[in-house]
Design a protein around this ligand. Structure first.
Ligand code: BG6
Length: 503
């Protein structure tokens, strides 16, 4: 993972498709501002916005600076000065990404005018558009020769969703690969840019005490929870066609799971890490549609209470059908069929309008073979657990038994907690800043490779098929609760339960 700008990034143009859109304003421009502010943006970068709205270069520059100020809470002069110091040049090209003409105009603009050709230099094509435009943009760029690396790199940066199911994902890949090689494609999963997700690797592979326990011999089961208290906000129209499985499980959950359970990479670089992730994903059992019904629970929130305030049910949300069958909650029981993990169930769940925003991984260890403290003396004792908290209050907790002071030999579970904020006083780059920086530096470690995307779709596809059949039941849960009660039944062994996160 690169940390300093490289000289060959000096003449980079970042072409932003969807330049007036929400994603660009909320994530990309603040990331650009942050790189400029910290002096990590190479001198002389050009930002060329493409969108349908008519505006000129100066107006475009102003909107970028406004977005940076909004995100940082600082005044606009400060952002403008940081961009000026790095000699960032803003340009804007009005045009639709669905119109081939736009790409001719883009090629002219990059070559310095129709009387060119001037060298283009390095180009990062950043797609901040609806996924339905990904293929048209790849085609448009390819058709005018902008995918060729004649006089600099050409990188295609694209954000999930990468397809809607396995078939569409394969189609998208075939399409992109007509013009771009795999090494030119940078697929963003913003979870990989979270420091604590990267810290899974540090925990596992820079310490000696955890890895010996990290297998079927000691681990009873694994739980991964990605909970959100937010509802679908203003994204009802998008979410209706996505649902929790596509929106979170296919990508974020699979990535976290792969990093948690993969084998040690030979070397911590992009290809070795991604090789191990894909090997792990390939070991996940792919159920038949019938088995998929038994191994999953899908739910949808109804009206309830979050943070003491009433909230509406999913079907009452803006742009959501009154009889919508889209799931806002999903829980799965997965099996990883390999030497290390055979027989260790992996329970994953995600949902919107759950009681809190929390992402965590729990390794639940086997109980002791014989408990010599039977009866009331050990009534509060639970099996050992290691909880990796990804967000918020990033940290690690180890749960173990300890004696309660007093004459009786009473044992209870206690927690040994490590919190990042308290222990490590360093601030890294925020997620999007990191991703933009790495894409410019050509480091693909935090981006998803084609084979990972496809394998993740292979895993979730049977659930999508099963749920499309009559009887692929939807269970309702009240906003502000931990999801449908029936999800408890997914846990295989009596006495097992979903861990209630420490809030
Ligand atoms: C996005 C999903 O990928 O991740 C959203 O599309 C979700 O629906 C978001 O809210 C969650 O991200 P984070 O970083 O807040 O956990």
């Amino acid at each position: 993972m690169a940390t300093t700008p490289r000289a060959d990034e000096a003449a980079t143009t970042i072409v932003v498709f969807g330049a007036t859109g929400d994603l660009a304003h909320r994530k990309l421009y603040p990331a650009l501002g942050s790189l400029a502010g910290s002096g990590q943006l190479p001198q002389g970068v050009s930002v060329l916005g493409v969108a349908r709205t008519e505006m000129d270069d100066a107006e475009f520059a102003r909107t970028v600076i406004e977005s940076v100020a909004k995100a940082t809470g600082e005044d606009e002069e400060r952002g403008a000065a940081a961009f000026a110091k790095c000699e960032v040049h803003f340009r804007y090209l009005p045009g639709s990404a669905a119109d081939p003409e736009t790409f001719h105009a883009l090629a002219d603009a990059l070559r310095g005018g129709p009387d060119g050709p001037h060298p283009i230099g390095n180009c990062l094509f950043y797609l901040s558009t609806a996924p339905s435009l990904f293929e048209a943009i790849a085609d448009g760029l390819g058709a005018v020769g902008l995918a060729h690396e004649d006089d600099g790199f050409r990188r295609f940066v694209v954000e999930k969703p990468f397809g809607h199911d396995l078939e569409s994902a394969l189609d998208l890949t075939r399409h992109l690969c007509r013009w771009f090689e795999e090494r030119q494609i940078f697929r963003i999963d913003h979870y990989l840019a979270k420091e604590t997700v990267q810290n899974i690797l540090a925990l596992r592979f820079t310490n000696t005490i955890f890895e010996p326990l990290w297998n079927r011999r000691y681990v009873d089961h694994v739980q991964i929870t990605v909970a959100e208290d937010l509802g679908v906000e203003h994204r009802g129209a998008f979410y209706e066609h996505a649902g929790a499985l596509r929106d979170i499980v296919q990508n974020h959950v699979m990535q976290v799971l792969a990093l948690t359970m993969m084998e040690p990479p030979t070397w911590m670089d992009a290809e070795h890490i991604r090789d191990e992730k894909v090997k792990l994903l390939r070991a996940i059992d792919i159920p038949s549609p019938d088995e998929a019904v038994d191994k999953s629970v899908r739910g949808q929130y109804t009206a309830g209470v979050i943070d003491a305030a009433p909230v509406v049910g999913y079907r009452e949300e803006e742009a959501v059908a009154a009889d919508s069958e889209t799931e806002t909650y999903v829980a799965l029981r997965l099996n990883v069929d390999n030497w290390r993990w055979a027989g260790v169930p992996v329970y994953v769940r995600t949902g919107k309008r759950l009681p809190a925003r929390v992402t965590e991984i729990t390794m639940r260890f086997h109980g002791v073979p014989f408990l010599a403290f039977e009866g009331t003396l050990s009534r509060d004792l639970r099996p050992n657990m290691l909880v990796l908290r990804i967000q918020p209050h990033e940290g690690i907790s180890l749960k173990f038994g300890a004696k309660v002071p007093g004459e009786a030999f009473r044992v209870q579970s206690v927690s040994m907690d490590f919190g990042y904020e308290q222990a490590i006083h360093a601030t890294g780059m925020d997620g999007y800043t990191r991703l933009l920086f790495d894409a410019m530096s050509g480091d693909p470690t935090l981006f998803i490779r084609t084979d990972e995307v496809e394998q993740a779709w292979r895993i979730v596809d049977p659930y999508l098929q099963a749920w499309a059949e009559p009887g692929g039941g939807l269970h309702f849960y009240k906003a502000g609760t931990w999801g449908p009660h029936i999800a408890e039944l997914l846990l295989e062994r009596s006495g097992d339960a979903w861990r209630e996160p420490d809030l």
